[in-house]
Design a protein around this ligand. Structure first.
Ligand code: TRP
Length: 457
């Protein structure tokens, strides 16, 4: 096992916030959130999502970071350290495997965004509208192009991860977040001033409550919340393990949750008004191509649209890369910590395995028929969708629930709170946090999981 100095440490608490925000903000916010809102029927999904973020996921984010900072280990080691001789380390192991699954499908979508940098900047997307949807369908049906783009995305993430924790992530994220926010605000303003925008806004903000109790949708909202905050697989736990004891957790968590949630909400504010200004737009049937069909149309309405389009997709690629780096970090840190491998060798093994799984994900969007129509829509439809549904809607919430039970009843809340408040750190309401972790989060997750399993069976 390596010592903590070999493992790396953040330069400061702010560096940790940047890395955690870099992990959280990614395709989940800009691609995943609007896609899920579209599938879930609009504003009702948004409300359930916000409930999951505040009541379930934010407390778990705190729990993960505390577990990591206390144990100074990646997930498997953390559970072995805090509860020796028990089987709790399995929770960490499931997180390690889940990370590989997420990297695999994430890299395919990352590959699409890389291709779209080129398409947008070269003007290949044309005027948007219905043609943009067809363009996306044709592109994703091209097998070798998709595998190649996936390979490029995963290779870039792996190379950055191999460069080490601090050098790889801090600098990119410092420049990325303000630029991304500024461009998103600008696009939202443009989108909201398009003809027909009001209809999209109503869809996005005026809930149809009959949908709020559809358990498939509630389950998807929970999965989306876990995915967006990078929770459940131990990514935040691992990042927490590089945190100094003197660096407080409360403020960092608030900043990460606020940033991640506002970027997701902004993405919706761009996609739906612009989407509804397209004739014959149907958010529910657009699926994973939603943003790729709507955004070109939006860029076409801007002076210098190819420039904005190119810049937007470059920023999206970068945001996706900082997330993919953190996804790789869980299995990589595991291999480095437990097997004593060098970082580059560990990255090679992890990225190689992820790439093997990403090939069927890349080919299941039209290129290979049997991979493209694999399962009912509730299970994700194609190979990529099935992997994503298993990882996001089931694996992450289950491990998240087990982490709550671990902190609440095995390691115990008083020890966690002691760690949270170490060095006179600021933390809003430790009592409330304890209640959420012991009762509210695990019970809510258990009932949502049960409900969504019954809904699909
Ligand atoms: N949160 C990232 C996004 O929204 C994806 C991600 C990074 C992730 N690390 C994770 C998801 C760990 C789940 C678990 O794009």
């Amino acid at each position: 096992m390596t010592t903590s100095t070999d493992r790396g440490m953040w330069g400061s608490r702010f560096a940790f916030v940047l890395a955690a925000a870099g992990s959280a903000v990614g395709l989940g916010n800009i691609w995943g959130f609007p896609t899920q809102v579209g599938r879930g029927g609009g504003a009702a999904f948004v409300i359930v999502y916000l409930f999951c973020i505040v009541m379930i996921c934010a407390p778990i984010l705190v729990a993960e970071i505390v577990l990591g900072r206390r144990s100074r280990q990646s997930p498997v080691g953390a559970f072995k350290f805090l509860s020796p001789g028990t089987r709790w380390w399995w929770v960490g192991a499931v997180g390690v495997v889940t990370s590989v699954g997420i990297v695999a499908f994430y890299s395919v979508i990352g590959g699409w965004t890389i291709a779209y940098v080129w398409f947008a900047a070269s003007g290949a997307l044309g005027g948007g509208g219905e043609a943009a949807g067809d363009f996306f369908t044709r592109f994703t049906a091209n097998g070798w192009q998709n595998v190649l783009c996936t390979f490029i995305f995963l290779g870039m993430a792996a190379a950055a991860n191999a460069g080490g924790v601090r050098a790889g992530i801090e600098r990119v994220t410092t420049a990325l977040m303000p630029a991304l926010l500024a461009l998103l605000v600008l696009l939202a303003v443009r989108s909201l001033t398009l003809p027909g925008a009001a209809e999209g806004l109503a869809y996005y903000m005026r809930p149809d409550f009959s949908q709020a109790f559809n358990m498939t949708i509630v389950g998807a909202a929970l999965g989306q919340a876990f995915f967006s905050l990078s929770l459940g697989n131990g990514a935040m736990l691992t990042y927490g393990s590089y945190l100094r004891r003197s660096d407080g957790i409360g403020r960092s968590v608030l900043m990460v949750v606020a940033l991640d949630t506002s970027i997701a909400l902004l993405a919706g504010l761009i996609i739906f008004p612009a989407g509804f200004s397209i004739v014959g737009f149907d958010p529910a049937s657009s699926g994973p191509g939603l943003i790729f069909a709507v955004l070109p149309q939006l860029f076409a309405t801007l002076a210098g649209g190819t420039l904005f389009g190119g810049a937007f997709f470059i920023l999206l690629v970068m945001a996706a890369l900082t997330s993919a780096i953190s996804l790789l970090e869980v299995p990589v840190a595991h291999v480095v910590d437990r097997w004593g491998w060098s970082r580059p060798k560990a990255v090679g093994l992890v990225a190689g395995s992820a790439f093997l799984l990403s090939i069927p994900c890349a080919l299941g969007n039209g290129a290979v028929e049997s991979l493209s129509n694999l399962a009912p829509a509730a299970w994700g439809g194609n190979f990529l969708g099935v992997v994503a549904t298993i990882c996001n809607n089931f694996s992450l919430p289950i491990t998240g629930m087990l982490m709550c039970i671990f902190v609440g009843y095995v390691w115990r809340v008083d020890r966690a709170v002691e760690e949270l408040l170490a060095d006179n750190a600021w933390f809003p309401n430790p009592k409330l946090w304890g209640l959420l972790v012991r009762y509210v989060s695990p019970l809510a997750i258990a009932s949502i999981l049960l409900g969504s399993i019954m809904a699909v069976l």
